[in-house]
Design a protein around this ligand. Structure first.
Ligand code: F6P
Length: 322
């Protein structure tokens, strides 16, 4: 291989820039050329390419977002779109791709490899932490700390006014972010898609908490929870809980931005180098991850098709410590 491409796709996550930097510098170190593809797979379809040099990636390890921009390309979901992308990549001399993103990114990469024999190495970058084959995804730790920082502040005002707060965190249909946020902020109740707690039970639990004379109460709700998220939960609670002043806070995209934590920068740096090594070792369709502090390669397909399970030990903590 003489030249590789690198792109970021899907929802951005803090640490993607650190990963781009690592892929670029590792590849240059190994004597390869690197082309950045802007706007994810859409950029491959539109031949939106940029040459990556050592200095292109300087002063960015600390920045959130992605200098290569990101997109969810509808065109790339069509065979015609993928054909055009593969042709453009080859005509540019790009022989393999490093794709940084989440499940949609890896699905796209898997199909590109299957249909056009194009080697694709995936680097897990998503705040949702929902990919099998890595203990953590790039951006998860930062998002967790962002949510925690926001909730610590909410706690102060919740306590001052003795209010109940329903705080919604992201994660799409996974509850990893909500679970660890709930533990770290000492939430009275944490609702996750994986545990399927019925509204009746939610009401009973809250009533118990409130009758035990604790008035300020914090409920962390995963956006994908079966309650329908914090707004819907509020509508379902307001009649029965009219005796407690309740407020809703949807943290939303604040969790996707900001400077990556040290842990995310180190993870991104490790995975970028591992991705280049995997390509040079002849792998064509794998995801790089860190499991038990060791680099691990997983078939790209199982990264998104195999459901990562929530740790039951962590779930127990929410019950014991609430
Ligand atoms: O996958 C990352 C994520 O932030 C999810 O947690 C969330 O459901 C989704 O992306 C939001 O997507 P968008 O930025 O397109 O609104």
């Amino acid at each position: 291989i003489k030249k590789i491409g690198v792109l970021t796709s899907g929802g951005d996550s803090p640490g993607m820039n650190a990963a781009i930097r690592s892929v670029t510098r590792a590849a240059l170190y190994k004597g390869l050329e690197v082309t950045g593809i802007r706007y994810g797979y859409q950029g491959a379809i539109e031949a939106d390419f940029v040459e990556m040099k050592k200095l292109t990636v300087s002063n960015m390890i600390q920045r959130g977002g992605t200098i290569l921009k990101s997109a969810r390309s509808a065109e790339f979901r069509t065979p015609e779109g993928r054909k055009k992308a593969a042709e453009n990549l080859r005509s540019q001399g790009i022989e393999a791709l490093v794709a940084i993103g989440g499940d949609g990114t890896f699905q796209g990469g898997t199909i590109l490899q299957q249909e056009h024999g194009f080697p694709v190495i995936g680097i897990p970058g998503t705040i949702d932490n929902d990919l099998s084959g890595t203990d953590e995804t790039i951006g998860y730790d930062t998002a967790l700390n962002t949510a925690l920082d926001a909730i610590d502040k909410i706690r102060d005002t919740a306590d001052a006014h003795e209010r109940m707060f329903l705080v919604e965190v992201m994660g799409r249909d996974a509850g990893f972010l909500a679970l660890e946020t709930g533990i770290a902020c000492g939430a009275e109740l944490t609702l996750l898609p994986e545990t399927l707690v019925h509204i009746k039970e939610v009401k009973e639990t809250l009533r118990n908490i409130l009758t035990n004379k604790k008035r300020s109460t914090l409920v962390v709700v995963a956006e994908g929870d079966e309650s329908g998220g914090a707004m819907e939960l509020y509508s379902n609670l307001k009649e029965d809980f009219s005796d407690i002043d309740t407020r809703v806070c949807v943290l939303g995209h604040i969790q996707r931005g900001g400077n990556p934590t040290a842990r995310d920068r180190v993870l991104a740096s490790r995975l970028g180098v591992a991705a280049v090594n995997a390509l040079l070792d002849g792998h064509v369709s794998v995801m790089v991850g860190v499991v038990n502090n060791n680099i691990k390669l997983t078939p790209l397909k199982s990264g998104w098709s195999k459901k990562k399970s929530i740790q039951t030990e962590l779930l127990d903590l929410t019950k014991i410590l609430k």
